[in-house]
Design a protein around this ligand. Structure first.
Ligand code: COA
Length: 338
């Protein structure tokens, strides 16, 4: 049975069951990734940016004779933002190829259609069954990035400490745990707005105006995701010349996510990219003693960024693809396949 499900009011047993499903999926599809923890999982699933909505459903086995709900078999949620729905689907590995994934997508797609949205997008991890699944459902590949992972155990810390200082004269590098200080929010947003194409995390949410940026930081905190920022400030103008953002999620605090790294055009060629990323790793080492790895996503074409990441010790892991489909076509296709 598939039913709509609200993580905010769900019982602790249901949240635990979702966690178990997620970790079974990770163990099957991404065995090198750390399992998730229950910390702030409810908030992770329920908190969204202002103006966005996430709708979730679960598939459960039959209830027992005494009315205890059956075990969770699968989960789907769709985040409604802009004109599109962003989909996430999980089916327990032992239950795959029985049509459950298709049924979960059908239920979510029908709602996205009813709500008047045009398209559905999904992140698909390369070399997993999800590729064949979404292609069978008519999704097309829009964009591919490479995920790379840095094992902090392999980092040569003295060399990194050196790198962190190798920034051109006239720049000041600053570590900002929690987010940029309030008096720098405007300059920070300007830097992000100027360089939309050179960022590390095309698939991650980005915010380009001060209000949106504040909301985005606030949402991260509410979801149990701790942002860390290193800024390069241009001393003469006070402008943010470069920034790098890492988020440590309470759900998997041993592996952090590298979000945007930006060096504003006029300030390129002064070693800022390398220096701010090196400084970030040095700071994280003491701020997050549990942290063992950092993962990042790059467009294949972004050679400069890939070169710096390779120097820091990041190793390419796998493709990370963005797929999309027209909602009307998807609903039609899935209704016909029932
Ligand atoms: C992708 C996923 C949802 C598919 O669920 P499922 O219940 O196995 O899918 P279905 O049984 O509904 O499959 C529908 C169709 O997709 C295609 N398909 C699904 N899995 C496939 C596979 N492993 N190989 C080839 N085709 C596949 C087939 O055409 C299938 O139809 P068929 O079985 O009649 O041939 C499931 O594998 C899953 O949960 N993956 C994890 C996804 C994820 O988000 N992971 C994130 C962390 S890795």
């Amino acid at each position: 049975m598939v039913r709509e499900w609200d993580p905010l009011t769900a019982s602790s047993a249901e949240i635990a069951s979702l966690l178990d499903t997620l970790n079974a999926v990770l163990a099957a599809d991404l065995p090198q990734d750390p399992p998730w923890r229950a910390s702030s999982l409810r908030e992770y699933l329920s908190e969204v940016m202002p103006g966005e909505r996430r709708i979730s459903w679960v598939a459960e086995g039959d209830p027992t004779a005494d009315g205890t709900p059956g075990p969770m078999l699968g989960h789907v949620n769709v985040l409604l933002l802009g004109g599109m729905g962003v989909l996430e689907v999980l089916v327990r590995p032992e239950l795959r190829r029985t049509g459950l994934g298709r049924e979960l997508v059908r239920v979510a797609a029908r709602r996205v259609w009813d709500e008047g949205f045009q398209s559905i997008g999904v992140e698909v991890v390369g070399d997993t069954p999800a590729v064949a699944f979404y292609e069978a459902l008519g999704f097309t590949r829009e964009y591919v990035e490479t995920r790379s992972v840095l094992d902090l155990g392999t980092v040569e810390w003295p060399a990194l400490a050196e790198m962190a200082t190798e920034v051109g004269a006239g720049y000041h590098v600053e570590f900002c745990p929690g987010g940029p200080p309030d008096d720098l929010i405007e300059a920070y947003a300007r830097a992000k707005a100027e360089v939309r194409d050179v960022d590390d995390g095309e698939l991650r949410p980005s915010s380009y105006d001060p209000q949106r940026l504040r909301e985005s930081l606030d949402t991260l905190h509410r979801r149990g995701m701790k942002p860390y920022i290193v800024l390069a400030l241009h001393e003469q103008t006070g402008e943010v010349a470069g920034l790098t953002e890492v988020v440590v999620p309470a759900q998997h605090p041993t592996r952090a996510d590298q979000y945007d790294t930006i060096v504003v055009r006029d300030h390129r060629g002064y070693g800022i990219d390398r220096a701010i990323k090196a400084r970030m790793l040095l700071e994280l080492r003491s701020a997050e003693p549990e942290l063992a790895e950092v993962q990042t996503w790059n467009a294949q074409a972004n050679e400069a960024m890939l070169k710096v990441n390779a120097e820091l010790g990041y190793r390419p892991d796998r493709d990370w693809c963005e797929y999309s489909v027209d909602v009307a076509e998807l609903v039609h296709r899935l209704d016909n396949q029932r």
